[in-house]
Write a protein that binds this ligand. Structure first.
Ligand SMILES: [Zn+2]
Length: 299
């Protein structure tokens, strides 16, 4: 299958998300040569959502256009907020370790990031590599293909490293999403995932679960991964800081005051989050962490 602008590594492994059959390109779409399901193209980006997928109308033309700037958006531009989470050094080392082993730019190796990887940490850690593939349903940024984590449009055993940050809590069926990771990762390949533990209900109503330090390991174990390492991704100071910010937000009655206080508390708690660097290896940090990371290998 050839499509202009589609990375050749993706063209080699792109498959029907329903039956994993091979695809063919015609003028305005892709179609599965096995089950005949059609997938539209947004520009040259495949939208790999089946016809009955609830988000197909949203992503059919690519990323939904930004709505005209509301007073809330204008206020946000006026008072920019810091990135919500601060990543521990151990989580950053785990990502770097996984990338170094997977070698994204080697011709026969494939690394996939679920989503656009817009956070500063990922932009820095991904910067040395040119051939990481981006697949998902992001709010912003660029992806090479639009797809649902529960129905990945990739061939079996085709990926050397699959990265997922803060997506699994927003997936209705996380077991199915991890089963998909187990299907597409090659034997001996790696999966790196970050999932929140103590975060407020967010992206309402599409926020479905949290995992403990033990739960994140057993989630992947159930689908055939063995632990390489796990740890605190953003620690208790991140958790308390963000919970405080979000608590002030929900109890504040009026919208303009809400947004102003949110901007103020965001900056107020931001320095406090860096204290997690001092305690990232303390066992108690796992009891009240904001997020955990998991690095596993497919058996
Ligand atoms: Zn098919």
């Amino acid at each position: 299958m050839t499509l202009p602008d589609l990375p050749s590594k993706l063209a080699n492994i792109l498959a029907c998300p329903l039956c994993h059959g091979p695809l063919q390109a015609s003028d305005e779409k892709l179609f599965c040569t096995t089950c005949a399901q059609e997938y539209p193209l947004a520009g040259n980006t495949p939208v790999m959502l089946p016809a009955d997928h609830p988000l197909l109308p949203v992503f059919r033309e690519g990323l939904p256009p930004l709505p005209p700037l509301s007073w809330k958006g204008k206020l946000r531009q006026l008072i920019p907020e810091p990135e919500p989470r601060v990543w521990t050094r151990s989580s950053q080392r785990a990502i770097a370790r996984a990338l170094a082993e997977a070698r994204p730019d080697d011709p026969d190796r494939v690394v996939v990031n679920l989503g656009a990887g817009v956070e500063r940490v990922f932009q820095q850690l991904f910067a040395p590599y040119r051939q990481i593939l981006y697949i998902g349903l992001p709010h912003s940024g660029h992806v090479d293909a639009f797809a649902d984590a529960q129905l990945m449009p990739l061939a079996d055993d085709s990926v050397d490293l699959f990265l997922s940050s803060s997506v699994l809590e927003h997936v209705r069926n996380p077991e199915q999403a991890v089963e998909e990771m187990a299907r597409i990762v090659r034997p001996d390949g790696l999966v790196y995932a970050e999932i929140p533990f103590l975060r407020a209900f967010h992206m309402v109503p599409n926020d479905f679960q949290r995992y403990t330090y033990s739960g994140i390991e057993t989630l992947f174990e159930r689908h055939g991964f063995s632990l390489v390492e796990k740890g605190v991704c953003s620690g208790p100071f991140n958790a308390w800081g963000l919970l405080f910010r979000d608590f002030v937000f929900v109890i504040t009655p009026t919208r303009p005051l809400k947004m102003t206080l949110r901007a103020i508390t965001s900056w107020l708690v931001h320095p406090f989050k860096y204290l997690d660097h001092l305690f990232e290896n303390a066992s108690w940090a796992t009891y009240q962490a904001c997020n955990f990371y998991y690095l596993g290998r497919k058996k």
